[in-house]
Design a protein around this ligand. Structure first.
Ligand code: ATP
Ligand code: VIB
Length: 263
């Protein structure tokens, strides 16, 4: 079985840049403190509908000594896409005046704004067959549970696309059953709390290494065992399962001076 390797080098402080190519989607929830860092190295920057309000309102708060308008001009999204029922008219006008591409899909009330943004990225010419873009989505967790469930659902809708859901506190990725997984942890950025969750379907057999409570051909299902409040022991975890699993790991509080870009 082929090995799929996972690392979270996109969270490394400025200077230790990651070679990984990714697109960033800002959702309509509090912006994590490492958003400026992710923004800087992203190949494409999208706001899902009301996510644009978050960039407009909250990014300047990370730079209290700088002029808010300068910050808003510096952090210009490439695209705002969604059903446009949450973006404020003043915010829409502002980014239109900067030249942001706005895609109004208010006719589609069956897919979420996150779905709509993922399809834009998958179809982008920057997403090449030889070098696919990973997708990072900020503000995906915490808040309304129906939104969180919709956000988790996109991991299952696009299992061939590497999508990471992020909040200030943790990240979530899908580990498809088609691969053996090697997860590389930077202990300064991530852990120690983690979980392996069989949310889409039960797993008859999951085997792991590198965890405090490893699984050995262990069954996991809702109503039975799911691995929560587990701990990573070292810098490499391996996971093999007969079912798609969600992997989640805590994000350590970062030194804001390292995650913010200076003026
Ligand atoms: N409270 C939340 N928790 C998690 N994700 C959220 C939350 N609010 C919004 N999102 C994400 O941000 C995207 C854009 O949010 P927005 O508020 O514009 O969506 P919406 O479709 O207008 O929501 P609503 O259901 O309130 O009409 C959503 O598709 C969802 O992925
Ligand atoms: C069975 C079913 N449940 C809910 C919705 C509503 N809905 C789902 S995604 C979306 C767009 C949000 O921006 C809306 C309104 C639906 N269409 N079908």
């Amino acid at each position: 079985m082929e090995v799929m390797s996972h690392s979270s080098s996109f969270l490394l402080p400025a200077g230790e840049t990651s070679a990984k190519r990714y697109a960033l989607i800002v959702l309509n929830q509090n912006i994590p403190c490492f958003t400026p860092l992710l923004w800087e190295h992203a190949k494409l920057r999208l706001c899902a509908d009301g996510g644009a309000n978050r960039i407009y309102d909250e990014l300047p708060l990370f730079f209290p000594r700088e002029d808010a308008l300068l910050i808003r001009n510096r952090y210009k999204p490439d695209v705002i896409k969604g059903d446009m029922d949450s973006i404020r008219p003043d915010v829409l006008r502002f980014y239109l005046s900067l030249g942001t591409k706005v895609i109004d899909e208010s006719h589609d009330q069956d897919t979420t704004d996150l779905d709509k943004c993922i399809l834009f990225i998958r179809d982008s010419p920057l997403n090449q067959e030889s070098s696919k873009l990973q997708i990072l989505a900020t503000g995906a967790l915490g808040g309304r549970f129906d939104h969180e469930a919709g956000n988790l659902n996109v991991l299952y809708r696009y299992p061939d696309t590497r999508i990471t859901l992020l909040s200030d506190d943790c990240l979530i990725q899908l580990l498809p059953k088609t691969h053996r997984h090697e997860i590389h942890i930077q202990p300064s950025l991530l852990g120690p709390h983690c979980g392996l969750i069989p949310i889409g379907a039960p797993s008859a057999k999951t085997t792991t290494t590198g965890l405090q409570w490893d699984l050995t051909d262990t069954e996991m299902r809702f109503g039975g065992l799911v691995s929560t409040s587990n701990l990573v022991k070292g810098e490499k975890i391996t996971v093999e399962s007969d079912s798609d699993l969600l992997w989640t790991i805590s994000i350590k509080k970062q030194d804001p001076n390292k995650t913010l870009r200076s003026g």
